[in-house]
Design a protein around this ligand. Structure first.
Ligand SMILES: [Zn+2]
Length: 280
């Protein structure tokens, strides 16, 4: 079995990513510039510093760190964390924290919100940054999150006009700007390949895509049963995965890094291989 549990760091398209993501063992991916973490299979002192955790689903390798994270922040005098979980899990998440309160005698201060596909999670006070929740396809209730930046730009047909002309149009009451949303990054969590159809996934500049199995050691059928993506699912799908940057996450611990890179080199079309990196 490959070594695991080592925190990785990489910068993709100007976004720093840090953490661990190994199928079945542990997933917790921090995005320091957005002051959040996706999932928390177990905590470490770096994740304690992050006050916002967006959980994709409740398998233990993605969520078991929550009570420890909450208690450790409290112990260290940090502000109560905020958590987001798929809406069908909200009641059980609250009951889990309540059980830990009773077991540990700790207050475990935090807030938790249930989210559904389409929801907007505000991540700044001005509505310019947030996470758009999207559908994923796992064997348990699950969602993915897309980090979205909203900005205002000149309407494309007006680009190139002199300032005086733009000013005249504005004075005449014309709307010369428009609001655009850019999906900077999408994190799928655990999911089958159906997620490739999701607009947030297709529009992401950086796609953190689960890719758990790479070869016949686990069959495509088994991958589908477990709600995971197999490399076979990505082959021959040139119309998908047009994202400028794809980061494969959640690789099974049965592959070590060098072996995985070799398999990807051999099997992926070169245009996709050039855009795909392994977070491992
Ligand atoms: Zn899972």
């Amino acid at each position: 079995m490959a070594r695991h549990g080592l925190s990785r760091m990489m910068t993709v398209d100007g976004i720093r990513l840090a953490g661990v993501t190994v199928g079945g063992l542990e997933s917790a991916v921090r995005v320091p510039d957005w002051r959040l973490c996706f999932d928390m299979g177990r905590g470490d002192m770096e994740t304690v510093k992050v006050g916002r955790v967006l959980f994709t689903h409740a398998h233990l390798d993605h969520m078991a760190g929550a009570p420890w994270h909450c208690a450790t922040r409290d112990l260290m005098g940090m502000a109560p964390p905020s958590y987001w979980v798929p809406a069908p899990l909200l009641g059980r998440f609250q009951a889990m924290m309540e059980a830990w309160r009773a077991l540990s005698g700790s207050a475990l201060p935090h807030e938790v919100h249930g989210v559904e596909p389409g929801d907007w999670v505000p991540l700044d006070g001005r509505g310019l940054r947030g996470a758009r929740v999207f559908r994923t396809f796992h064997r348990a209730p699950s969602v993915g999150y897309a980090l979205v930046e909203r900005r205002t730009r000149l309407r494309p047909e007006l680009v190139g006009l002199p300032g005086s002309a733009l000013g005249a149009r504005r004075l005449a009451g014309e709307e010369i700007t428009e609001s655009v949303e850019e999906v900077r990054l999408a994190y799928t969590g655990d999911t089958g390949p159906e997620v490739l159809e999701e607009p947030c996934v297709q529009r992401a500049r950086v796609l953190l895509l689960e890719l758990t199995f790479l070869d016949g050691r686990v069959s495509v059928e088994k991958a589908e049963e477990r709600g995971h993506i197999h490399l076979e699912h990505l082959l021959g799908r040139g119309e998908y995965l047009l994202n400028p940057h794809v980061v494969a996450i959640h690789l099974s611990a049965r592959y070590d890094r060098d072996e995985a890179e070799r398999i990807l080199d051999a099997r992926l079309p070169s245009a996709l291989r050039a855009r795909l990196r392994l977070f491992r």
